[in-house]
Design a binder for this molecule. Sequence first.
Ligand SMILES: Nc1ncnc2c1ncn2[C@@H]1O[C@H](COP(=O)(O)OP(=O)(O)OP(=O)(O)O)[C@@H](O)[C@H]1O
Ligand code: SF4
Ligand SMILES: [Mg+2]
Length: 362
Amino acid sequence: MDVTADRPSLTKGADPILSVRNLETTFAVRNSTIKAVRDVSFDLRPGEILGVVGESGSGKSATVNSLLRLLPPPPTAVTTGSVVYGGEDLLTVPARRLRAIRGKEISMIFQDPSTSFNPVQTIGWQIAEAIKVHDRRISRTAVRARVIELLTMVGVPSPQVRFGQFPHEYSGGMRQRAMIAMALANSPKIIIADEPTTALDVTIQAQILDLLEKVRTETQAATILITHDLGIIAEVADRVLVMYAGKIVESGQVREVFTDPQHPYTLGLLASLPRIDTAMEELLSIPGQPPSMSSPPSGCAFHVRCKLTQGRDRCRQEQPALTAAGGSGSHLAACHFSDEMESEAISIAAIVGTDVRAGTRP
Ligand SMILES: Nc1ncnc2c1ncn2[C@@H]1O[C@H](COP(=O)(O)OP(=O)(O)OP(=O)(O)O)[C@@H](O)[C@H]1O
Ligand code: SF4
Ligand SMILES: [Mg+2]
């Protein structure tokens, strides 16, 4: 795959399949309120892989869990805004309707498949159950055949035998494949994968990423892929959202964001990646700690770590809006001084050259 090229047929022009607007999620924890998702808006288009990247605690999981109302009920978690899918707002549809959508039209793949399967039931029947929930009249023979077909598709060897095995009889990588099979069981239109490869070793990671791309090609499902790893985004995503302190600070086509970053945080993330054109000693990391989510810094939440701010009052006082940057209509950044960014013109090829498939990632 040529990652340096946009894939316009998949990502431009098509009407969004999911439109998220002004999403805000807060958690009430003891005496404080955590502002985990702050005014997040984005579109997902049919057939695209949308990467979401950001440091730990930046609100990636809280964002996608909010979309399907998978968080604790109010007053513990409160979500506002809108999540429009097929003309309906998922934040307000009746619970029964949401259950019909979840797992059928929109399904999720989590980081740790060992906690997603029941240890005392065979993998095969658990996937079968996911199908039967949405199709009560399907026969035992038909559902078994469908599960074997799914296990074959995701590359589980000897699927007839594997059907009858328990989760502990699967390796981590095989369980993740089975999890993907379960997510695909009802031919969803949207797959949300939250760190689907983090728990796996690099070789298996590469196979799972290949599998996600194959799924996209074969099923035309749109995918939201969360990761803290920009190398993975460079490799498989069409577009990317960069999150910092619960907000989207930059978004756009992977190519434009990686070669011409318009937010100092994105540049910092890119500069801290291992690359084949940079000696390891030259790697930079972003100084400082991610901010408190109960009392994020005033103005631009990144100002305490930002090299570009130069102590300017505007950064401390005024929250930058996500606006067009970098010259293309699809590229957005939330920085008052984007136009002062001196892009290092980071080559995607250089990043992908150190990718998980090459096994050179530390
Ligand atoms: N159920 C919850 N109850 C209370 N606070 C929560 C809950 N889920 C997330 N948070 C808080 O919301 C903030 C965002 O967390 P989130 O899990 O979305 O981060 P993340 O970007 O997914 O990080 P990671 O890369 O570590 O998975 C954090 O401060 C976290 O502690
Ligand atoms: S708005 Fe100011 S502090 Fe925030 S990223 Fe831009 S220059 Fe840095
Ligand atoms: Mg997370």
